[in-house]
Design a protein around this ligand. Structure first.
Ligand code: AMP
Ligand code: ZN
Length: 663
C-alpha cells in the first residue's frame, strides 16, 4: 500500500468509527484505539501535505480561528414555523391544506428540537458549508466550527444527490451541558443559563478548538434542493440517515390529525427521557409534491406546523419593576424577579408589556406571581397569587416621566405604550436609532457594533446617523478598546455602507412601523426618497399594503425639519436614497395588475425564481385560484383539482415557456 492509500484507508476507518460512535451511539472501537489511529493519520498528513483534505477526520479537533464570520445568502430560504396549540388549530390547518391540494393528506410527525438551526450544504458528498439561520435569507458561515461537531458527517455514504442543503438543529444535550457548567463553577465562572443559547453561542466562537471541546450534537430534519428524487418527507429522513446523518428515530407517519395528537400526547410526557431539549412537535405534510403545491407564506411553509408543548409554570416573587426606553422612545416595564428555575433556565426578569398589562394583572411589588415560559425567550407573568398578597401592599403606580431623561411621558390615544417624546435628547433613543441604522438588516456597517455606537454618542462624537459619515479615524482611535486597525475598519465600514440599496437605507432611517417589508414596498413603489418625502397621506395609503397607521407615521417623519435635514445630509454623503439604475433596468411593469397562480414542477426556472420574475415584473403571486386570477402557470404534475378549478372559472392556463414569453 502506498502512502496515499494508507492515508485514505485510515480516514475511511476513522470516519466509520466516528459514525458508529456519534451517530449510531454504538462504539466499535475503544477510545484509546481511536486516538492511536487518529495520531497515526495526523503524523502521515503532516509528513505529506500534498494529500491534504479539508474534510479529514483529523480536522475535527479544530484550531482554525475566525475573526469575522462571513455572511452567506441561503440558496433556499430558511423559514420559521407557524405555531398551533390545540386540536382545533390543527384541524383548521388541515382544512386550509385540503383546499389547496388534491388527494389524501398524510403527515410526518417529528420532535421539535430546541437548539440553533443550521443549514449544511453538501456537494459531491462532501460538506461544503455550514451556515446559521440568521434572518432566514442569509446567515453566518460557521463551517470551521461545525466541522468539529462529531455527528456532522464530513463525507457521505450511499446514493446521495450531487448537491443539496440539509437543515437541522445543533443542540447541546443535557448531560454535556451540565458537565460544562460544573467545570465553569469549579473555575469560579458564571454557569451558562440554558443549553439552547449555549449551543448557538458555541457556533460563533472564534477559536474552533473551543467549539470542538463542547459536546454538541447535530440533528437533521429537512432536505432542500431541486429534484432530489424523493417523494415524501418520511422517505427523506430515511435517506438522510442512510447517507450518514444523525436523524432521530422518533419520527412517525400519521394518517389523521387524531394520530398526530397521539404522537403529541405521548411525547409531551416521554420527552423528559430524551437526552436533549425539545419544545414541541413539528408536523409536516408527507407528500413532497403536495408540499410544493402548498408553498410558503412570507414567514413559514404552509405544509408544516409546530405544536408547542404546554408551557411550564412556576411561582416566584416580584422584587421590583424597572422601565426600559427603546429606540423609538417606547417604554417597556420589566419585572425583576427573585431568580427561579423554569424549563431548564434561571429566570430573573419578565416583560410586563405596558401600563394596561400591569393594571390588568394588578401586579404589585412583593407579590407572588405565576411565571410561564412557552417557546419564547422572555418568560411571561400570567398572574398574581392573591392568596399570598400582603394586606399592606399598595397598587403599582406607572411612571410619569422618562427614567433616562426625565421628560414627561406621553401616551397617544388608542395606543398601549407610553413614549418619551424627547426624541433628540433622550440618550437611549439617540443611541438606539443609530444602532438600528447600522444593524445587519439595515446598513450593516462592518467594524461598528452597538457598544461602540453608545461610546461614540457618550463622547459626543455623533448624535445621529448622518454624523457617522463625518467621523475621522483620529477621533476614533483614542476611544476605549480601539486601535489604529479597528478605527480604520470602522471608517471603511461606514464608507462601504454607501453601497447598501435604497430599501435597506429606508428601513434604517427608523421610521415607526416601517419594517423591512414596508420599506421594500415603498422603495419599489416610489423609487426615490424625494417621491416619498412629497407623497401625501392619501397617496401613501393607495400603495399596496400600506395602511393609514404607516402612512401617518411616514408623513410625521418627513414633516419634521430635523429629519429632512438628516436625510438630505445622507444624500449629500452619497448614501443610496433611490433605487439603483441597475435594479430599475431589471424591473418592469409588464405584468402590472395581473395575478398569477403557480402550480406543478418547472424545468427552466425553479418555482421560487418564477415567483420572483412575476413580482419583479409588477405581477402578483397568489396561492389559490379564484375568479381574479389572470393566469395559472402550470408545470409538470399540476394537481387535478387546481386544473378543474381553473377550467371551471375559465382562468387561462399557460406553460412555463408561455410565461417566459410574456416577459
Ligand atoms: P420557531 O423558531 O419557533 O419559529 O420554530 C422554527 C424552528 O424550529 C426552525 O427554524 C427549526 O430551527 C426548528 N426545528 C426544530 N425541530 C424541527 C423539525 N423537526 N422540523 C423543522 N424545524 C425544526
Ligand atoms: Zn427620555
Amino acid at each position: 500500500m502506498n502512502i496515499e492509500e494508507q492515508i485514505n484507508q485510515l480516514r475511511q476507518e476513522l470516519r466509520q468509527h466516528n459514525h458508529n460512535y456519534y451517530v449510531l451511539d454504538a462504539a466499535t472501537i475503544s477510545d484509546y484505539e481511536f486516538d492511536m489511529k487518529l495520531k497515526e493519520l495526523q503524523v502521515l498528513e503532516e509528513k505529506h501535505p500534498e494529500f491534504h483534505d479539508p474534510n479529514s477526520p483529523t480536522l475535527r479537533v479544530g484550531g482554525e480561528v475566525t475573526k469575522n464570520f462571513d455572511t452567506v445568502v441561503h440558496e433556499q430560504r430558511m423559514y420559521s414555523l407557524d405555531n398551533s396549540y390545540s386540536k382545533e388549530d390543527l384541524l383548521d390547518w388541515e382544512t386550509r391544506i385540503k383546499k389547496l391540494v388534491d388527494g389524501d393528506v398524510t403527515y410526518t410527525c417529528e420532535l421539535k428540537y430546541d437548539g440553533a438551526s443550521i443549514s449544511l450544504t453538501y456537494e459531491n458528498g462532501e460538506l461544503l458549508r455550514a451556515v446559521t439561520r440568521g434572518d432566514g435569507i442569509q446567515g453566518d458561515n460557521v463551517t470551521t466550527n461545525v466541522k468539529t461537531i462529531n455527528s456532522v458527517p464530513l463525507k457521505l455514504k450511499g446514493d446521495y444527490p450531487p448537491k443539496f442543503d440539509i437543515r437541522g438543529e445543533i443542540v447541546l444535550p443535557y448531560e454535556g451541558f451540565a458537565k460544562m457548567n460544573q467545570q465553569r463553577i469549579a473555575a469560579g465562572e458564571e454557569p451558562y443559563a440554558n443549553p439552547r443559547n449555549t449551543a448557538s453561542g458555541s457556533l460563533k466562537l472564534q477559536d474552533s478548538s473551543e467549539t470542538a471541546k463542547r459536546p454538541l450534537d447535530c440533528l437533521l430534519y429537512n432536505l432542500a434542493g431541486d429534484r432530489l428524487g424523493i417523494s415524501s418527507q418520511y422517505e427523506s429522513l430515511e435517506k438522510a440517515r442512510q447517507w450518514g446523518f444523525k436523524v432521530p428515530r422518533e419520527s412517525r407517519l400519521a394518517n389523521s390529525i387524531e394520530e398526530v395528537l397521539e404522537f403529541v400526547n405521548f411525547w409531551d410526557e416521554k420527552r423528559r427521557e430524551l437526552p436533549y431539549e425539545t419544545d414541541g412537535v413539528v408536523i409536516k405534510v408527507n407528500d413532497i409534491q403536495q408540499q410544493e403545491e402548498l408553498g410558503f407564506t412570507a414567514k413559514a411553509p404552509r405544509w408544516a406546523m409546530a405544536y408547542k408543548f404546554k408551557a411550564e409554570q412556576v411561582t416566584t416573587q416580584l422584587n421590583e419593576i424597572t422601565y426600559q426606553v427603546g429606540r423609538t422612545g417606547a417604554i417597556t416595564p420589566v419585572a425583576n424577579l427573585k431568580p427561579v428555575q423554569l424549563a431548564g433556565t434561571t429566570v430573573k426578569r419578565a416583560s410586563l408589556h405596558n401600563a394596561d398589562q400591569i393594571e390588568k394583572l394588578d401586579i404589585r411589588i412583593e407579590d407572588t406571581v405565576f411565571v410561564e415560559k412557552g417557546g419564547e425567550i422572555i418568560p411571561k407573568i400570567i398572574g398574581v397569587d392573591f392568596t399570598k398578597r400582603d394586606k399592606s401592599s399598595i397598587p403599582t403606580e406607572y411612571i410619569s416621566s422618562c427614567p433616562e431623561c426625565e421628560t414627561e411621558l406621553i401616551r397617544k390615544e388608542g395606543e398601549a405604550q407610553h413614549y418619551c417624546p424627547n426624541v433628540y435628547g433622550c440618550p437611549p433613543q439617540i443611541i438606539g436609532r443609530i444602532q438600528h441604522y447600522i444593524s445587519r438588516k439595515a446598513l450593516d456597517i462592518e467594524g461598528l457594533g452597538g457598544e461602540t455606537v453608545a461610546l461614540l454618542v457618550k463622547e459626543n462624537l455623533i448624535t445621529n446617523y448622518a454624523d457617522l459619515y463625518d467621523l475621522k479615524k483620529e477621533q476614533v482611535i483614542p476611544l476605549e478598546r480601539m486601535a489604529e486597525k479597528s478605527a480604520e475598519n470602522l471608517i471603511e465600514g461606514i464608507a462601504k455602507s454607501k453601497e447598501i440599496p435604497f430599501e435597506r437605507v429606508l428601513f434604517g432611517l427608523g421610521i415607526r412601523y416601517v419594517g423591512e417589508t414596508v420599506a421594500k414596498k415603498l422603495a419599489k413603489h416610489y423609487k426615490t426618497i424625494d417621491a416619498i418625502i412629497t407623497a401625501t397621506e392619501e397617496e401613501l395609503v393607495n400603495v399596496d399594503e400600506i395602511g393609514i397607521k404607516i402612512a401617518q407615521s411616514v408623513r410625521e417623519f418627513f414633516d419634521s425639519e430635523s429629519n429632512k435635514v438628516l436625510v438630505n445630509r445622507l444624500v449629500a454623503y452619497g448614501v443610496q436614497l433611490q433605487v439603483s439604475a441597475e435594479k430599475l433596468a431589471n424591473q418592469t411593469d409588464t405584468l402590472k395588475g395581473q395575478i398569477f397562480v403557480v402550480s406543478g414542477v418547472f424545468e427552466k426556472v425553479s418555482r421560487n425564481e418564477l415567483k420572483k420574475l412575476i413580482e419583479d415584473n409588477g405581477g402578483k403571486v397568489s396561492s389559490s385560484i379564484s375568479s381574479k386570477t389572470t393566469y395559472v402557470v402550470a408545470g409538470a404534475n399540476m394537481g387535478p383539482s387546481k386544473l378543474e378549478k381553473a377550467n371551471k372559472l375559465e382562468v387561462t392556463i399557460i406553460s412555463e415557456d408561455d410565461f417566459l414569453n410574456l416577459i
